[in-house]
Design a protein around this ligand. Structure first.
Ligand code: URA
Length: 209
């Protein structure tokens, strides 16, 4: 399933962070905010139960989110760091995993996973944060490793911008994975960057505009 998060506030923030020359502070701030929005959107699909609450003047109906304690948020270094910051503001008691992955520069852009440290994933809701879903190779490699590690009850990707090619690869190789993204951009260039995209999300967040 692919879910386009197209709320106007998200789209306005996305427009801002795409801008050439944006400084790191505003870029990181925008990504943190988008992380929160992506997590809100995902929250709507979590299991809930009806509860009642005693107010000072009576009893009101309400909800409790049942799945909240079963979430594992996975940060794909380094570009996902601000995105995860936003996501963790919503899923405050999520467990946390880290993946270090680097993509080689030559087509077909194979991926090396240098670090993979996740808590147990069996029966968990695994939320993988990566701002850019470009070729899909990184995500495919991470999803393969998660599959080897255990049996999550649900796996979700939270992206800021995805390419059609990246989505197609993930959907083909891991059809049960849900993809949340704020935009689907038209193509990749010969270096594997998303066009029009926003450039290198890691460089923009951590120094090089
Ligand atoms: N990673 C990025 O940071 N940007 C792209 O366009 C593709 C991969």
């Amino acid at each position: 399933m692919i879910k386009l998060v197209d709320h106007l506030l998200v789209q306005e923030k996305l427009t801002l962070i795409r801008r050439k020359g944006i400084d790191g502070i505003h870029f990181r701030g925008g990504i943190i905010e988008i992380g929160r929005w992506l997590a809100y959107e995902l929250t709507n699909t979590l299991e809930k139960e009806k509860v009642t609450v005693q107010t000072p003047l009576g009893i009101a109906d309400g909800f409790k989110i049942k799945d909240k304690n079963d979430i594992v948020v996975v940060s794909v270094l380094r570009a996902a760091i601000p995105l995860v910051e936003g996501i963790m503001r919503v899923f405050r008691n999520a467990q946390y995993g880290v993946v270090g992955a680097s993509r080689r520069d030559e087509p077909p852009f194979p991926v090396d996973i240098s670090y993979f440290k996740l808590p147990p994933v069996d029966n968990r809701i695994v939320v993988i944060a990566d701002p850019m879903l470009a070729t899909g190779n990184t995500m495919n490699a991470i999803l393969n490793r998660i599959q080897e590690k255990g049996n999550p009850r649900r796996v979700i990707l939270l992206n800021v911008i995805a390419s059609r090619q990246g989505i197609d690869l993930v959907e083909r190789e891991h059809p049960d994975v849900d993809i949340y993204t704020c935009a689907v951009d038209r193509e990749l260039n010969s270096d594997g960057y998303i066009i029009p995209g926003l450039g290198d999300a890691g460089d923009k967040a951590f120094g090089k505009p």
